[in-house]
Design a binder for this molecule. Structure first.
Ligand SMILES: Nc1nc2c(ncn2[C@@H]2O[C@H](COP(=O)(O)OP(=O)(O)OP(=O)(O)O)[C@@H](O)[C@H]2O)c(=O)[nH]1
Ligand SMILES: [Mg+2]
Length: 252
């Protein structure tokens, strides 16, 4: 009996630590009911990653979770397009779906419809490989607009974060961190180009981030800016999903 109690106590202690990392924590802590709701209603965040095949979606999920959860080197098979993957990586919970941005609106919605009926996504994560901002970016814009239209509930649009992936490949090519100025300038140009191509989505500048989830394809190389992507996602999630997201992405 004592052991069970200890385990529950430890679990509670764990959650208290996670609550401390929430961005809006000071207001919640003063409101016991809000705090209780946050703990009891908590659920895994539901993120849909939309991007061209091979754009780096699965690698980004693994990097966000600090684990090789799925894909080629992961413990679970890579997800089929349009299927929710319910990830639980040692308590880090994330519901993840991948959709192609390259298929045209009808085919895209055909893939998305069933999963979206199963559970509505909390957030659309647009994924764009660095260097493809113009062509793949235009397709990503169309795909995100089609999905937002499909999900629209009385004008309540699904939040969007756009990630320019594989930032390690931006000229002058792979260099160790911290990146030299020449490289950070190249990354800023890639971000500007992405913002321009996707301007019609009406997203603010800080919804666009560059990251490298698997620098040089090497799992042991330090990643670039993945925590910032996690924070940008957490900020835009509904309250019920924020707590699990903070824990899953180790942000805050
Ligand atoms: N250099 C570099 N390569 C990356 C990075 N992220 C992913 N890759 C590579 O890009 C390829 C595709 O990555 P995935 O994460 O499988 O991309 P995806 O969009 O999930 O691809 P599919 O689901 O197979 O269409 C793999 O060979 C990865 O090793 C990165 O940050 N830097
Ligand atoms: Mg994938």
């Amino acid at each position: 009996m004592k052991d069970v109690w200890r385990t529950e106590q430890e679990e509670l202690d764990d959650w208290v630590k996670v609550v401390d990392r929430l961005p809006f924590v000071s207001s919640v802590k003063r409101d016991f009911n809000a705090l209780r709701r946050l703990l009891y209603d908590r659920r895994a965040p539901r993120v849909v990653a939309v991007g061209a095949p091979w754009s780096g979606r699965t690698a980004l999920a693994n990097a966000l979770l600090h684990a090789m959860t799925f894909g080629d080197s992961g413990v679970m098979p890579a997800p089929d397009p349009g299927r929710w993957v319910h990830i639980d990586a040692s308590g880090r919970r994330l519901d993840w779906m991948e959709l192609p941005a390259s298929e045209g609106e009808d085919a895209l919605l055909e893939l998305a419809r069933r999963g979206f009926e199963e559970q509505r996504p909390d957030l659309l994560l647009g994924v764009l490989e660095a260097g493809t901002e113009r062509d793949a970016g235009a397709k990503l814009k169309d795909a995100l607009q089609a999905l937002q239209k499909h999900l629209d509930r009385d004008g309540d649009k699904a939040p969007v974060v756009i990630v320019v992936t594989k930032a390690d490949g931006v000229p002058p090519g792979y260099v160790p961190l911290p990146y030299p100025q020449e490289k950070t300038q190249g990354i800023e140009l890639a971000l500007q180009s992405a913002r321009k191509t996707l301007a019609e989505l009406g997203q603010p500048d800080d919804a666009f981030l560059a990251a490298s989830a698997l620098p040089n394809g090497d799992v042991s190389a330090p990643r670039y800016n993945v925590e910032a992507v996690g924070e940008a996602i957490v900020e835009r999630l509904p309250e019920a999903a924020q707590l699990e997201a903070v824990r899953a992405f180790e942000v805050g």
